[in-house]
Design a protein around this ligand. Structure first.
Ligand code: BTN
Length: 238
C-alpha cells in the first residue's frame, strides 16, 4: 500500500471475530484490517457472514468526506461496490451490482459490503469469496453464492485484487463526484428496470425498481402505484 492516500497502517490477522469489529475498536483513520478468516463475520441486517480461509475479508477506516453537504453512508457503499466490480472485471469476469451493494457473478453472490459509520469514522467492510471452498457454506446458501475461483477455474491472487480494490476506492473517494458515482453504479446494476420484492420493516412490497436516488436509496413504484424510497432493506429480483 506504499503511496496510498487512503491506507496508512495495516493490521493483519490469521483469525479475528470480525474485521469491522477490530476496525471499530481501533482508533484513527487510514487503517486497513485484514484477516485470513473471521469467526464472527457480520453481514447486513445482523446476518452471519461465513468467512473461511481463502477469502478476502477486510475493512478500511476512512475519514468522512467533507463536501458541500453530508455524504450519506449509502454512497460510501456504492463507491466500494463500484471499486470491487471494476477490480473483478479486470480478472475477466462479468461482475454486476445488485442494490444495495451485493456483487454478483453469473447470478450468484460473490461479495458483500458492510458500511458502518461511527462518530467521526466510516468503516467499509468488504468480503469476497476469492479462493474459498464452497463446501464450507451451509447447504441452503450453496445455490446462491459463488467464488472467483469457481467462476474462473483457477486461483486468484488475493493481494493483487486487494490492491486494485483499494486503489479503486481511493480514486473514486478522492475525486468524489456524485453524478459519476451514480452513473457508474447504474451501469453495473442489475436491479433497476426490474420487478422487485422489497423486504422492509417486516413487510413485503412488490413493485418496479425505477431509480437510485442521490442519497443512494432505491426508488420503487409499488404495485398500488405509490412511489416508495428505501434506504436499507433486502431486495429480490423477480
Ligand atoms: C452482506 O452482504 O451482508 C455484507 C457482508 C460484509 C462482509 C464483510 S467481510 C469483512 C467485514 N467484516 C465483517 O464482519 N463483515 C464485513
Amino acid at each position: 500500500m506504499r503511496g496510498s492516500k487512503l491506507i496508512k497502517k495495516i493490521l493483519y490477522y490469521e483469525s479475528v471475530d470480525s474485521t469491522n469489529d477490530v476496525a471499530r475498536r481501533s482508533a484513527g483513520y487510514g487503517l486497513l484490517v485484514i484477516a485470513e478468516r473471521q469467526e464472527s463475520g457480520r453481514g447486513r441486517r445482523g446476518r452471519v457472514w461465513i468467512s473461511p480461509y481463502g477469502g478476502l475479508w477486510f475493512s478500511i477506516v476512512i475519514r468522512p468526506l467533507h463536501n458541500e453537504s453530508h455524504v450519506p453512508l449509502a454512497l460510501y457503499n456504492l463507491m466500494a461496490g463500484i471499486a470491487v466490480v471494476e477490480a473483478i472485471r479486470k480478472l475477466g469476469l462479468d461482475a454486476h451490482l445488485k442494490w444495495p451493494n451485493d456483487v454478483i457473478v453469473n447470478n450468484k453472490k460473490v461479495c458483500g459490503i458492510l458500511g458502518e459509520s461511527m462518530r467521526d469514522r466510516i468503516i467499509i467492510g468488504i468480503g469476497i469469496n476469492v479462493n474459498v471452498d464452497l463446501q464450507e457454506f451451509p447447504i441452503d446458501l450453496r445455490g446462491s453464492v459463488t467464488s472467483l475461483m469457481d467462476e474462473l477455474g483457477r486461483r486468484v491472487d488475493r493481494e493483487d485484487l486487494l490492491v486494485n480494490i483499494i486503489r479503486g476506492v481511493e480514486d473514486i473517494c478522492f475525486r468524489f463526484d456524485k453524478d459519476e458515482i451514480l452513473t457508474k453504479w447504474k451501469y453495473f446494476d442489475i436491479t433497476l428496470n426490474r420487478r422487485v420484492k422489497v423486504f422492509s420493516n417486516g413487510k413485503v412490497i412488490e413493485g418496479f425498481a425505477i431509480d437510485i436516488a442521490d442519497d443512494g436509496s432505491l426508488l420503487v413504484v409499488a404495485d398500488g402505484g405509490e412511489l416508495m424510497k428505501f434506504s436499507s432493506c433486502d431486495v429480490s429480483i423477480r
